[in-house]
Design a protein around this ligand. Structure first.
Ligand code: DGL
Length: 280
């Protein structure tokens, strides 16, 4: 048993898709969440920048004495894979758990992947799917406008802007007769209904935040590192820019008022412990 918190990070709101699931399946766990709202989006940035940001995010979570780090970010999980070797606690990203769920869900072995530009360019989901099953054909599409749509609250299934953008991005995938679609960026499940309406009922949507949370829970169980009985779940949120916008969106998404639990932190004050100063 281990009553330290689970640390979860993302560039913004997307990682809340993993938080929501963790709080549901592990109702005794404490969660520390960091959303790098001052530097979102990650998915349009260079590899060097994404690695630098990810290392600072991990450093912040480690300062909170977490027992596990979840990189609830498809971009970090795809581009900054090497950070896992430098983390002294349990760790998971989103790519492997999500690819596993998709490989089990597909019947016709035709799987679509949507993600940020950095994620799609990395080919991470394609590799993970084919490592599980070489017969799976993978069709990929980056959807760079989805993250700003989510961050700015354009996620209602009836929102004409969200619908139009989704139709435009998903049209090529619809021609490939896929039966399974990986929402490979953790922001995208917030657009689940919009995406589902465009793809139609015959396509199973795989939620990277949810699959990763289930996988993390399984690791904690196997390592006997869950919180002891009698504790109630709790979540502290940290952001690197204005608290208000995040509080409002997170409260709606998580279905509970998180207002007083959100704090600003200066993420540039967190420097990985290797003597290399990260420039502000
Ligand atoms: N939610 C993240 C991901 O899963 C990051 C999106 C972004 O910041 O571009 O890729």
């Amino acid at each position: 048993m281990d009553n330290r918190p689970i640390g979860i990070f993302d560039s913004g709101l997307g990682g809340l898709t993993a938080v929501r699931e963790i709080l549901t399946i592990l109702p005794r766990e404490q969660v520390v969440y960091f959303g790098d709202t001052g530097r979102v989006p990650y998915g349009t940035r260079s590899r060097e920048t994404i690695i630098k940001y990810a290392r600072q995010d991990v450093e912040f979570l480690l300062s909170k004495n977490v027992k596990m780090v979840i990189a609830a970010c498809g971009t970090v999980s795809s581009v900054a894979r090497q950070i896992s070797q430098q983390i002294p606690v349990l760790f998971t990203g989103v790519v492997e758990p999500t690819a596993l769920a998709a490989s089990l869900a597909t019947h016709n072995q035709r799987v679509g992947v949507i993600g940020t530009t950095a994620t799609i360019q990395s080919g991470s989901y394609r590799r993970a799917l084919n490592a599980l099953n070489l017969d799976i054909q993978v069709f990929e599409q980056d959807c760079p406008l989805f993250v700003p749509l989510v961050e700015h609250g354009f996620a209602d299934p009836e929102d004409p802007v969200a619908k139009l953008v989704a139709e435009r991005y998903l049209a090529p995938l619809k021609q490939h007769n896929i039966d399974t679609l990986i929402m490979g960026c953790t922001h995208y499940p917030i657009l689940r209904e919009v995406i589902g309406n465009v793809m139609g009922k015959g396509v199973t949507l795989i939620d990277s935040g949810r699959e990763t949370a289930c996988y993390a829970a399984e690791i904690l169980r196997r390592q006997n590192a869950l919180c002891p009985d009698g504790q109630r779940s709790d979540c502290a949120f940290y952001v690197s820019d204005r608290v208000e916008g995040f509080s409002k969106a997170a409260s709606v998404f998580l279905g509970q008022n998180v207002g007083t639990n959100v704090q600003y932190i200066d993420i540039n004050a967190f420097v990985p412990d290797d003597g290399v100063r990260i420039e502000k």
